[in-house]
Design a protein around this ligand. Sequence first.
Ligand code: GLC
Length: 432
Amino acid sequence: MNSKESRQKRIKWFTDARFGMFIHWGLYAIPARESRSEWIRSVDKVTDEEYQRYFDTFNPTDYNPKEWAKLAKEAGMKYAVLTTKHHDGFCLFDSKYTDFKSTNTPCKRDLVKEYVEAFRAEGIKVGFYYSLLDWHHPDYPAFNDAHHPMRGNENYKHYGEHFERYIEYMHNQVKELMTNYGKIDILWFDFHYDDMTGEKWEASKLIKMVREINPDVIIDDRLGGDIRAEEKPLYVGDFGSPEQMIPSLGLTDYKGNPIPWETCMTLNNNWGYSQKDENYKNARNVINMLVQCVSKGGNLILNVGPDARGNIPKKSVEILKEVGEWMKLNGECVYNCTFSGIEKHEFGRITKSDNAFYLYIQDHSGEHIAIYGIPDKIKCATLLCDGSKLSMADPWNVDSYRVEGKTAHYVATPPYSQLNGNGNVIKLWIEK
Ligand code: GLC
């Protein structure tokens, strides 16, 4: 269960898939706050009573997860993770342990169930985000807690006195999620802080229960512990989860062996829906980040924040569709690929599969591209987007400018008319 081999086996599909969709959705889509949308309760110290009006009016009549799933597929995403419960404690699923759930709002639907069915039908792996923090549950600490909306409020001193009851509640809900929706592919806990970490969550017991139900589910590293350590408790999880950043050298254990990881990234500046946040990355930025993650042995899970009616914002849809167009032609350099072992070149990132190197070209500097440090023999070079051959003859004009002590492979620049604004990929076929 915790051996290196079993970890490697269950994570394989994930490191092949490379690209996923994160979905942050909940009551916070109604206030649609500009900054830190899903944190509104904490940031503005919103009381339960004030927040209740969002619960009383939550009715996403446009919710059609089949469309979300189609969009994810079109974008080239192979898995998805939905917030089944965020820090506000609101459950998008029909939990028998709380009334604070979507089935009790005017919407009356088990949103998780519909999501699971829709994404599975599109062949997309299904993941659940589950918040360890819970700002609705009276057994979750409030007064002395760093994040609770009622922190410092004397009236909430008794909150958390029976934390063991919250633990039972949380374990029960995770069990429901693992039992009632068929085989779940990813479990994404969020997050540990201060002394709220590891066994404080009774994490070993929790993971044992999860793995008994579903031995293959892969789990992130946010229950606590150090994923880079060699000997780690069961609860440390299967992959690292850098947030809003791509680690400059990827992720390794302390001996330098690569560890699976996934950067989670927002498309604008917010996870949950934020009406005024127009600070979107464009398709080129997204592709760049995706290839960058793969070139460092990691994944990218890109977020969308559907609005209170259940629609993914138009701008997000546009960007994902454009990314999808690129992926259709160039996705081969992403799926089943990883770091190349070759230093980064000026033209852009390099990824590698079992039988090819892929050069993601963003900057062109004349008639050819020079690549240094390829250990293998190269059979030929092609342009990935149309399969056309690119010359690998040594150019006449480089002789006076060779880099001393380094052997270069040269590939002709694709015809400029074919150069795609979102970047081209050159495939170097390894001779076996
Ligand atoms: C965080 C935030 C959160 C978001 C998440 C995504 O830790 O608390 O709002 O859901 O990370 O990675």
